[in-house]
Design a binder for this molecule. Sequence first.
Ligand code: AGP
Length: 667
Amino acid sequence: MASVLFEGVLNRTFDISPTALLKNSIIKSKYFVTKVDNSKISASIAGMCGIIAYVGKENAMPYLLDGLKKLEYRGYDSSGIAVLSGEGDIDLQKCAGRLENLRRQIGELAHIGNCGISHTRWATHGEASDDNAHPHFDQSGKLVLVHNGVIENYQKIRDDLENKGHQFRSQTDSEVLSHLIGSAYDDKAGSNGNNNEEQLVAAVREALKQVTGTYGIAVMHVDAPGFLVGARLGSPLIVGLGKGENFLASDVSAVVAHTSDAIYLNDYDLVCLKGEEFKVERIDGGVADFQVSQVEFSAEDVELGDYPHYMLKEIYEQAESVENAFRGRLSDEEASAKLGGLQMTPQELRDVDRIVLVGCGTACHAAMAGEHLIEALARIPTEVEISSEFRYRNVPMDKNTLVFVISQSGETIDSLGALREAKRKGFRVLGIVNAVGSTIARESDGGAYMHCGPEIGVAATKSFTSQYTLLTLLALLLGRMRDMSVSDGQEILAEIRALPDKIREVLKLNDRIKEIALKYVDAPGMLYLGRQFNYSTALEGALKMKEISYIFASGHASAELKHGVIALVSEDLPSVFVAPEDSVFKKNMSSIEEVKARKGPVIAITTEGNDVLERIADDVIYVPKTIECLNPILSVIPLQLLSYHFAVARGCDVDKPRNLAKSVTVE
Ligand code: AGP
C-alpha cells in the first residue's frame, strides 16, 4: 500500500484483508494492527468549510454540535445540521451567523436520530444567509447534503434542472449537487432490484461524474436510515473509525475526542458508512488504496485549556513546537541535520543547483526566510514564488532544480496547484507540511512534517517558527554537504538546541508587550521594518496585525523607507523595527533615526544587552542573543503578541477574524 514516507512519519498500516477489499463487500470495521509506529504522528488539516457527519448507536446531535465547534475556525458565517431519525424523517436546522445562533435555534428540541450531517460555512457562492447555509435538500426533500469546495459548472447544471422543474432555495453551487444526486436517485428508483443504499451510492457516482470543480461531501437519504455516503475531490475529508460508530469530517480535530483512528481519503475516493461497517472504494467503483492512521494528538491538544484564545495558546506552544520540529533531526557526529523524509541520496542533494520555495501567506514569508538561509548556509541559488503566481507562470527550471511546497494545512489549493504544475513538468517536489496525511503531504515526493500539532487560530503563529526551523535544518544539511565547516555546523546545532529556552525567555515579555499594544491601540496603521533575515519577519508581523485587527499594516525592507514608504510616517503611525544586534544593526539604526526625525513613534525589537536604541526608540523590546540567522524565530514572537493584544484591545475576534478562514481550499 502506498504510504507517505515523510521525515519522521510512517503511517501506521492496518491489515484490512485484501480479499474483503477485492470483493468490495461491506467490511466490518474490525482491523488488526500489524505494525505499531512509534514516531510522532500529529495531524491537523484546515480548509474552507467544515463538515462533520455521524452514524452510530447514539443520538447524532451532540456529536455534530461538538464537531462543528471544533471546526468553526475553518469557516464561520453560517451553519446547519440535519438528523435522520430511525423512522426515516429528516430534521434540518440551519442559520446565518455563528454556531451559537444555530444552538439557540435548535434549543432544547429533541432531535433524536443516530445518523446526521452538519456544516459550518465560509461563503463562496451566495451571501451568508439562512437559505445559503448547509445542509441542502434535494427536490424531493428526502435527501440532504453538505459540501466543501466549488462546483465550477453549477450554473449549467442548475439551468438544466430548473428546466426539468427543480426549484432551488439558495444561490449556492452546493445545492445543485443535492438536486443532482437526488434526481439521479429518483431516476434509479426500483431499478435492477438495487437496495436503497446501493441506489444512493450509484446516484452519488452518477452525479459526480457530471461535475467539474472540487468537493468534499456527506450525503444521506430517508430511504436509507443509518447510512452515510462521502466523497472527495480537492477538498479534505477524513473517516473517523469509532466503536459502533463512524464519522466523516473535514479534519481530524472534529473527531479526535471520539477516536484516534482515521482514514485520510484520497481524491476520487467514495466511502459508505454505517455504525458498525465502512467501505472505501473509488468513485469509478475500483478498489481504493487506503490506510488507517493513528492520530497522535489528543482531544486536549485541540482544547483551549486556560487560554482565552487559540492564538495565544499557540504562541505559547512555540518552545515545544520548535523543539518538535528539530527533535531527532540533529546530527552531532556530522555537525549537520538529518532529514531522511526528503527521500534523496546525499549525491542527489549535492547535485541540486537551484531551489524554488513556494507558499502562500505566512508560508510564503517562511519561504522568503528560507531563501536567505539556504543561500547563506549552502550557497545554492534559491528563489521564492507565491503559489498562486508560480502555478500560472512557466518558471524555467532544470532537472537539478528542487521545488519545496510549504503549507501548514497541506490543503491550500494554490500551493497544491503549484505542486501539481511542477510535478506535471517532471520536477521533484518536496513538502514542508504540518497536517499529516494532507493532500500536499501525500502528493509530494517526500518532505518533512513540522510536528507543531493542530494550529486552530486562523492567524498562523507556531507554524511560522516551525517552518523556519525546518528551513534552517535544510540549509544546514545542504551546507554541510558543500563548504560549511564542522565548527560552523556545530555552532548552528548548539544555537538550535538553545532556542526553546530562549523562546521561553521571550514569552516572559508578554505583559510588557501588552502594555505597548495598549499604548498604540488607537493607531490607524503600523509599519514593520527589517533587513536580511528579518525582512520576512517584518512582513510576517504586518500580516499578523492586519489579519486580526483589520488595520493597515505593511512590511518593508528598512532601507525602502527612503523610496516612498517614509511618506506615510506621521506622529500617529508607529513603525516597528526588527533591529537585532547583527551585521546590519547600524543600517537599521539610521532608518530609525530617519523615522524619529519625522516624529514617527518607533517600537524596536533588539538584542538583550544592546541598549543603544533606548535613547532613540519610544519602546524597546529585548530578545536573547542568538546567531544572526536564527534571530527571526525569537523576534517574530513579540510581533505575534503585539498583534494579539492590539486586536483583543480593539474587540476583534482573534481566532476567527472577519472574511478569513484557516486555509484556502478554493481558488
Ligand atoms: C496566515 O496567518 C494566514 N492564516 C494565511 O496567510 C496562511 O498562512 C496561508 O493561507 C497559507 O496557509 P497554509 O500554510 O495552510 O498553506
